[in-house]
Write a protein that binds this ligand. Structure first.
Ligand code: 1HN
Length: 324
């Protein structure tokens, strides 16, 4: 056991008598706090997640292969997950965020379900994809951003006249599971009958806008240099636990903050320094920034980064801190 010899922190030496005492405690489902206090009360956040870069060149062959090996119907969700080496038991890409790449062939569809976890998607490529959220059909194109908020029925498909479609899913599943607050339900009819969604007297805790088209988002991004996907009713984040944005990458000063961020390169090429490691990225690459890890980005020419984060959850619990 690592012992820090610092006044005010646990610093107890092992003796045969104490060892026997610890073993006896274990037998009673008890433990000595002083043996773990320094670990469970770190000076500052010590994420298990490590800065990780998933190059699209490496991920893509596995995504295409999944489309050959498994049917969308049987898999229910045919997704190649991006798993952080430090967060395998949570299936997290970083911290309490999950991400994966979903692939669907023309004419395929997956049945409807809903869950307590909030989900968002950033379309990577393809024509003819659609998603149905609480009955509303939304047609998706490359770089469109779409929400399936917590508790909404949702299902996806690609029209028979379309092409193979690929998109990134982002969910707060690890957060829901760490809070033991997740629920899951299959739609009683397996599929929804598309119908217009009423947005009158909207009182749901998430944005009434589910689809943010790339052209309009990109226009706003060029105008302001950054673009946050927002709930137009509150001017706040799109969902209670997760936010998302686009940034026109300029070389920025290093920052660190609580909360995790997962990026996808929407356009262009560039680099990021994350926790002292340098990553060179290009279009469709995905990478993560764990909590309280210093990072900065730069572009080679013009580059746009899409990202989503758990900052709304952090802020709602008054846990957000940042340092530049
Ligand atoms: C889910 O509902 C989707 O709807 C994708 O496409 C990935 C991972 C875990 C739980 C639910 C989807 C998911 C998921």
């Amino acid at each position: 056991m690592k012992r820090e010899n610092i006044k005010g922190r646990a610093n107890v030496e092992d003796t045969p008598e104490l060892d026997a005492y610890y073993r006896a405690l274990e037998g009673e489902e008890l433990g000595a706090l002083w043996n773990v206090a320094n670990e469970i009360e770190p000076w500052y956040p010590q994420p298990k997640s490590v800065p990780t870069h998933w190059k699209w060149k490496r991920v893509e062959p596995y995504v295409r292969k999944a489309a050959d090996l498994v049917s969308a119907e049987k898999a229910a969700r045919r997704v190649v997950m991006l798993v952080n080496p430090g967060r395998k038991e949570w299936s997290a890409a970083a911290g309490l965020l999950y991400t994966g790449v979903q692939v669907m062939n023309p004419g395929e569809s997956a049945s409807a379900h809903r869950h307590q976890a909030s989900a968002l998607r950033f379309v990577m490529e393809g024509k003819g994809a659609y998603t149905i959220v609480d009955g509303e059909r939304l047609d998706l194109g490359a770089r469109d951003f779409v929400l399936t908020p917590n508790g909404t029925w949702h299902e996806h498909g690609v029209d028979a006249s379309g092409t193979q479609c690929v998109w990134q899913d982002g969910l707060d599943i690890p957060l829901m599971n760490s809070l033991d607050a997740n629920f899951y339900e299959v739609h009683p009819k397996l599929n929804q009958a598309p119908a217009p969604l009423s947005r009158k007297n909207w009182s749901k805790p998430y944005s009434p806008v589910f689809l943010y088209k790339w052209d309009e988002s990109y226009k706003q991004l060029q105008k302001h240099g950054h673009f946050e996907y927002k709930n137009p009713l509150t001017n706040g984040p799109v969902m209670p636990t997760m936010g998302a944005k686009l940034e026109l990458v300029k070389e920025t000063k290093a920052i660190r903050h609580t909360g995790s961020v997962i990026y996808q390169v929407a356009t262009g090429r560039g680099w990021s320094e994350i926790g002292g490691k340098r990553f060179e990225w290009e279009e469709k690459d995905i990478f993560c920034v764990p909590s309280w890890t210093k990072y900065r980005h730069g572009a080679h020419g013009e580059a746009v980064l899409f990202s989503f984060n758990d900052l709304p959850a952090m802020k709602a619990l008054s846990l957000y801190r940042e340092e530049t």
